[in-house]
Write a protein that binds this ligand. Sequence first.
Ligand code: HPA
Length: 355
Amino acid sequence: MWLGPEAGVKTNAPGAPCPGSFSARLAGLPPLQPLGPTSPALLRGPSAVAELLRRAPLGRAGGRAVPGAHHPLCPHSFEACEQTTDWLLSRTRQRPRIAVICGSGLGLLADTLQSSEAFSYSEIPNFPSSTVAGHAGQLVFGELQGKPCVCMKGRFHMYEGHPLWKVTFPVRVFKLLGVETLLVTNAAGGLAENYSPGDIMVIRDHVNLPGLAGLNPLLGPNEERFGPRFPALSNAYDKELRVRALEISEQLGYSAFVREGVYCMVGGPNFESVAEARMLRALGVDAVGMSTAPEVVVAKHCGLRVFGLSLITNTVVRDYDSEDSASHEAVLEASQARAAALQMLVTQLVGSIEP
Ligand code: HPA
């Protein structure tokens, strides 16, 4: 149901696809035209839209109004994802096909987007807020190498106390925005013997340790409109993009510090004990971090193509006699030192992706 064409905002009448939404596209309805600069909703500004959303029949999650709230494990329903998507679509004419999630200290990539439009997480309906230093908290739309992109400058982590459905909520919004490829970057500790701080690892595969232990973002009733109950993760990180990234690295003269390996997500926020580090290495893990796996699980569930890079910011201590220890400051420092190379690699890769 539309509140009126002058509003440019809709509520979610049960069963009726909302114009311009993902479900409307599935139902073969014509796409919603981006709101022009003369749209009354835009002229009246965000407060008018917020007022209309406030008046809509909504559920509640975490104190915020959310439509279609239905399950304690996943209070952000499909309708909530649509609400956020429509909010964004009504404020930008950009229609991204590629999304980039920027890890710790790696958000500068978002500043290189052309014709950029940024939204603070705090103003986007249903979006969580990032609480970590080095994670700015903005969704930035713009073009990278002429390709329409959306960048998360700052991501959400489980260790901040966010449930995984919240951590991964933006990925579902990306899907509804029309994104087809998700690029993920993160900071990680190196476990492989030949890894050094400053290396960049193309993620070949992951071990989702929280997921194996039952902390999975897909827990709860399955939302069939996003994907199947039992999604496959055997080819999670797109092979073609991995091969291309290694080729680009060679062309850029980065081969000495770019590797391919297995990433493991741990819950954090503490860095690993020596015994834990040894266990992870024995499991075949090359680099360990506190993010990425939930976003990738949700991205694969809804059919996105995924590519990931880890910036190795420290060597994980695996020796009881070592005096070294990891710190967040060292992680940020190391990521800043290699951020330019990582950005160049992501930029060239984005440029190579066909729409
Ligand atoms: N362990 C876990 N997460 C990390 C590390 C680490 O050593 N470095 C950066 N993120």
